[in-house]
Design a protein around this ligand. Structure first.
Ligand SMILES: [Cu+2]
Length: 152
């Protein structure tokens, strides 16, 4: 058939365009990494993840060259004590958003490879359950003045 080949190319191109669109329904807003006192080699990254797509998505992995170990965490209230726990994924429902914030979900940066300074941009890669990824440069920010500082 004479028209078979162009038709196949068109189908392949629209499939590629379709998958590119599928990736862009996820977006990250206002990411930051919490500045910790000197000598503390662990910190958290926080952000708002939006899902404008029709499918629920899960953040399944985070990675960063700034830390030797990167984990997805949440805070749980266990008998009145707030504890951090690693979680296998963080859900971002269809047409909804999930806020990673202090006291809740966060990306844990464990064993920083170098000290972080205020204003540094920390590269972070987020990977979702559909295989899509988002690259971030999260600025290092001082914790909110209202936030209690850790006791020494
Ligand atoms: Cu944590």
């Amino acid at each position: 058939m004479k028209f078979a080949k162009p038709l196949i190319i068109t189908l392949v191109l629209s499939a590629i365009a379709g998958s590119a669109l599928a990736d862009s329904v996820l977006s990250v807003h206002a990411p930051y990494v919490r500045l910790m006192p000197p000598g503390i080699k662990t910190t958290g990254s926080f952000m708002l993840i939006k899902n404008d797509g029709d499918d629920d998505r899960r953040l399944v992995r985070a990675d960063s060259p700034a830390a030797r170990i990167v984990e997805l965490h949440t805070h749980l209230n266990e008998n009145g004590v707030m504890k951090m726990r690693a979680v296998p994924h963080i859900e971002v429902k269809s047409h909804s958003q999930t806020e990673l914030k202090p006291g809740s979900f966060h990306v844990m940066l464990i064993d920083l490879t170098a000290p972080l300074n205020e204003g540094d941009k920390v590269p972070i890669t987020l990977e979702f359950d559909d295989g899509s990824t988002i690259e971030l440069a999260a600025p290092v920010k001082k914790p909110h003045a209202a936030m209690p500082m850790p006791h020494r």
